[in-house]
Design a protein around this ligand. Sequence first.
Ligand SMILES: O=C(O)c1cc(=O)[nH]c(=O)n1[C@@H]1O[C@H](COP(=O)(O)O)[C@@H](O)[C@H]1O
Length: 238
Amino acid sequence: MSNNQIIVPLDVADLESAIALVDQLPQVNFWKVGLELFTSSGPKILEVLKSRQKRIFLDLKFHDIPNTVAGACRGAASYGVDLLTIHATAGKDALKAATEAAQEGAAQAGVKPPQLIAITLLTSISSRQLAFDLKVPLELPEYALEMALMAQESGLNGAVCSPQEVAQLRQTCENDFLLVCPGVRPSWADKGDQKRSLTPAQAIQAGADYLVIGRPITAAAQPELAWNQIVEELATVG
Ligand SMILES: O=C(O)c1cc(=O)[nH]c(=O)n1[C@@H]1O[C@H](COP(=O)(O)O)[C@@H](O)[C@H]1O
């Protein structure tokens, strides 16, 4: 387990707050830029992170028709980011179009292509909500697995799943399929809106390649201390 497997989201409202967080936690090497920050501040933060040699997960969770997601992925890939997200529920045609467009966008910009990963089912959704609100007739683990398999068949590099499904996805999708787990909560942290969590050590043991851990670190009274506690917990995992 390496500290580089922990991705911390910059879920803040503006560029200044994002830079302050990056400055406060110099030990973090992999940052996530998501909808809140990108919508308010655009791509400037990506330049800031690159100038500090940080890795970047651009989590814009695209979900649209094939032509539109392709255009968005072409643009996003031109920034030279490491990871990029799309919802698996956009469907096979959109996933394939997105994969090709991400490669094209990166090639045109002369940067390394991002690893395109699919959201299987948001970690804020419970089994009950999947059945009763979203009207999906499959059991939740089976549904998440089906979404991951569709992403793999469509040529994506990996999937985002909750730690509770990662062991099954790892077993079925094998080792070269990247598995990224948000919804990770140390035993001492609040779950908040996350419904399917496990601890950092449990998630890594179950087969996650990367953990996305936000508020337990960023909303802690002492973020550096919270980071250190998580790193110590993970050091116990072989
Ligand atoms: O794609 C993601 O990163 C993501 C997918 C998902 O299913 N659930 C999920 O929580 N996330 C993101 O992971 C982060 C979790 O943050 P915390 O709940 O604060 O640890 C947020 O930035 C979410 O946008």
